[in-house]
Ligand binder design. Structure first.
Ligand SMILES: *[C@@H]1O[C@H](CO)[C@@H](O)[C@H](O)[C@H]1NC(C)=O
Ligand SMILES: *[C@@H]1O[C@H](CO)[C@@H](O)[C@H](O)[C@H]1NC(C)=O
Ligand SMILES: *[C@@H]1O[C@H](CO)[C@@H](O)[C@H](O)[C@H]1NC(C)=O
Ligand SMILES: *[C@@H]1O[C@H](CO)[C@@H](O)[C@H](O)[C@H]1NC(C)=O
Ligand SMILES: *[C@@H]1O[C@H](CO)[C@@H](O)[C@H](O)[C@H]1NC(C)=O
Ligand SMILES: *[C@@H]1O[C@H](CO)[C@@H](O)[C@H](O)[C@H]1NC(C)=O
Length: 601
């Protein structure tokens, strides 16, 4: 066993010990690349360095994961087998969490080609209490469950009882479309969609931009020898300087005077994943909502919680006395937000914010907004290894609110941080959520997300593969990684609450940094309707646009330019066939483990 672990660590260290190599067409070699790719995906690295295959092959041979004759090596299965072995070893106390975590952190560093490793101990330290609590107390944890959840991979999926549950969807009504009275005189609704600020309070102009840590341009992070070039307005490798956030709010306030509502789909805290402090997070969350309140006085700012808001990130436990007593609860966040959001939300809504960060907001008698905290469904929320059914409470709330809306002839927008179908949310949540979208697609007029930092669409289909609903990603204010900052203005029909158009505004970060003395020049990147030549943005029309994106090169290239908002660093990297396939697949996949069904491999 010790040998295996050592080899795993060696294997995972190869990228820093060896130069990368060219992918050749040998299927075995491709599988080895895929194995590394699976790991990189798990770490959400969009760029990573491949290892030397010869040495890797020798190591894999030792474990009989491949025999030269049948060459039956399958990357996904190897990853799965390794995962299960390690979880078993931990449960039998043959290895410690710390030992494994160090190995995993080394893989991360290797694949991401980071040059420092001292943050690993901090990452481990801040996650250890949660992981230990779960190991000591979980009644459902075993290797099959853990690997099914963490890997979100068809090759490693076991239909454990904890993953089998589905929300019971209310029986079909007549699906009557609410009456609308177009005689009333109303103006089109303008909704500002903001997302993923990721503000770095200690941003350092002239700081090290390629610092060897997961996030750069921070005071005292990285060696200036590597290029101290962090620009005033941000960097493609860094998060948002506080003054960029401030200037952006000012710019929007002065430029878009007709905004009626604001959606903010989460993530205030930056990517300093090796630091976690409830105090620091609370301060920044407070300042951010105060700024939003002052920028948009008298306008409802409706927000969804991001996965970075907790300390450490991603952990959203069920509310239980034991967890509270162990000091691992996220209640501080829900309590803080229910205070900060009291400027906009009713007492009734604040009650559910206080419970788990979700709520429903009635704009007028025809229009309801439902905000979810779906970070709880994410594979890196360790608490899923302790309990999966606490997710039911919020899905049940969504279902009840949708029923209420249907009964009252209201239309609905849903706002939430994490899009479904990207191999993050666990299956019971994704399937239940999809079933609710199908059941209530006649009243749901749009879903709005963030989290990925990419500008992307999601299309939901019914059983007959008819497009029935659309999700819009707001992309991000942060340029992390390699994107230009953006915000969106959504135009909505004031009677049917259909999305009529989405305008995306951005600025060229390279250019902005060349002119540090002036405010970035915000420009309109595109109007969804014009860019795709659509009459409207109905699910059917969006599906036409998406079909064109998936079949026509010019159309795909445009989609991809928008996806990165013309970020110079991304344009320089380009998007190869693999990247293209992934970008397209995400449009059509809304249940992660069904990506084949969506025509993706
Ligand atoms: C690998 O397979 C060979 C031949 O089938 C066997 O002799 C050897 O013990 C196996 N090694 C391991 C580590 O299982
Ligand atoms: C878990 O259990 C071990 C003993 O088996 C104990 O030392 C440790 O403190 C416990 N940790 C937590 C967080 O409960
Ligand atoms: C911009 O700020 C001013 C002053 O606070 C306020 O009167 C105005 O309504 C704001 N504009 C928007 C679009 O909220
Ligand atoms: C999970 O949490 C739910 C309520 O939040 C509770 O009813 C259930 O018993 C818990 N399951 C386990 C395995 O602890
Ligand atoms: C952004 O600005 C830089 C500097 O002015 C320029 O070189 C670059 O081409 C611009 N990027 C795009 C995509 O237009
Ligand atoms: C589309 O682009 C790919 C690679 O970029 C190329 O192989 C293919 O020939 C192009 N197809 C058309 C119709 O231009």
């Amino acid at each position: 066993m010790k040998l295996f672990l050592d080899c795993l660590v060696i294997l995972l260290l190869y990228p820093v010990l060896n130069d990368g190599f060219n992918i050749n067409q040998d299927p075995f070699e491709r599988d080895i690349c895929n194995l590394q790719e699976e790991l990189a995906k798990l770490f959400k690295l969009n760029k990573f360095k491949l290892m030397n295959t010869d040495k890797l092959k020798k190591i894999l041979d030792q474990f009989n994961v491949t025999s030269p004759e049948d060459r039956s090596f399958i990357a996904d299965k190897t990853l799965c087998g390794t995962c299960m072995l390690l979880v078993n070893q931990i449960q039998q106390k043959k290895v410690t969490v710390t030992y494994l975590a160090r190995a995993v952190c080394k893989i991360y560093i290797a694949l991401a080609t980071l040059t420092v490793s001292d943050f690993c101990e901090d990452v481990i330290r801040i996650h250890l209490p949660t992981l230990e609590y779960i190991l000591n107390n979980s009644k459902i944890l075993d290797a099959e469950l853990a690997c099914s959840i963490i890997l979100q991979n068809q090759q490693c999926y076991y239909s454990k009882p904890a993953l089998k549950w589905r929300l019971k969807v209310p029986s079909k009504s007549l699906k009557k479309i609410p009456r609308v009275n177009r005689n009333e005189d109303r103006k089109q609704l303008k909704i500002l969609h903001l997302t993923d600020f990721h503000i770095t309070p200690d941003y350092e102009v002239g700081g090290v931009e390629n610092c060897g840590y997961p996030l750069c341009c921070k005071r005292d992070v990285g060696n200036p020898v590597f290029g101290a070039n962090a620009g005033l307005w941000g960097d493609y490798n860094c998060d948002v300087p506080p003054w960029l956030f401030g200037r952006t709010m000012l710019h929007i306030n002065q430029t878009h005077k007709d905004i009626d509502l604001v959606y903010f789909t989460g993530d205030i805290i930056d990517h300093t994943i090796w630091k976690a402090s409830i105090n620091d997070n609370s301060n920044l969350i407070y300042i951010t909502f105060k700024t939003l309140f002052e920028t948009f006085p008298n306008k409802p700012v409706l927000s969804a919680i991001g996965n970075h808001e907790t300390a450490p990130l991603n952990v959203f436990p069920p509310s239980e006395d034991g967890i509270e007593k162990a000091g691992l609860s996220a209640q501080w966040l829900y309590t803080l937000l229910s205070k900060l959001w009291s400027s906009w939300l009713s007492k009734e809504s604040l009650k559910t914010v206080e419970k788990q960060g979700y709520y429903s907001y009635v704009v007028n008698k025809k229009f309801r907004i439902i905000a979810l905290n779906n970070n709880i469904c994410c594979n890196l929320n360790w608490w899923l290894l302790y309990n999966t059914t606490y997710l039911n409470e919020q899905l049940h709330f969504l279902s009840t609110e949708l029923e209420k809306a249907e009964k009252n002839e209201q239309f609905v927008h849903i706002i939430t941080h994490i899009p479904v179908g990207n191999k993050e949310c666990i299956e019971p949540w994704e399937v239940s959520y999809n079933n609710l979208i199908k059941r209530f697609s006649h009243i749901i007029k749009g879903q709005f997300y963030g989290h990925t930092h990419t500008d992307e669409l999601k299309i939901f289909y019914d059983e007959k593969h008819i497009p029935i609903n659309v999700g819009y990603n707001g992309a991000s204010l942060t340029p992390y990684q390699k994107y230009n900052p953006n915000y969106k203005i959504i135009t909505v029909d004031p009677y049917s609450y259909d999305v009529l158009d989405v305008d995306t505004y951005y600025f060229n970060l390279t250019e902005a940094n060349k002119h540090p003395n002036r405010t970035p020049r915000w420009l309109k990147l595109y109007s969804m309707k014009n860019a795709y030549g659509l009459n409207n943005l109905s699910p059917k029309d969006i599906n036409k646009a998406a079909t064109s994106v998936s079949t026509n090169n010019a159309s795909f290239n445009q989609y991809w330019r928008f996806y990165v908002r013309d970020g110079d660093a991304s344009l320089k990297d380009g998007c190869d066939e693999k990247c293209k396939n992934e970008v397209i697949c995400k449009i059509f996949t809304t249940v992660s483990l069904n990506s084949e069904k969506a025509g993706c491999t």
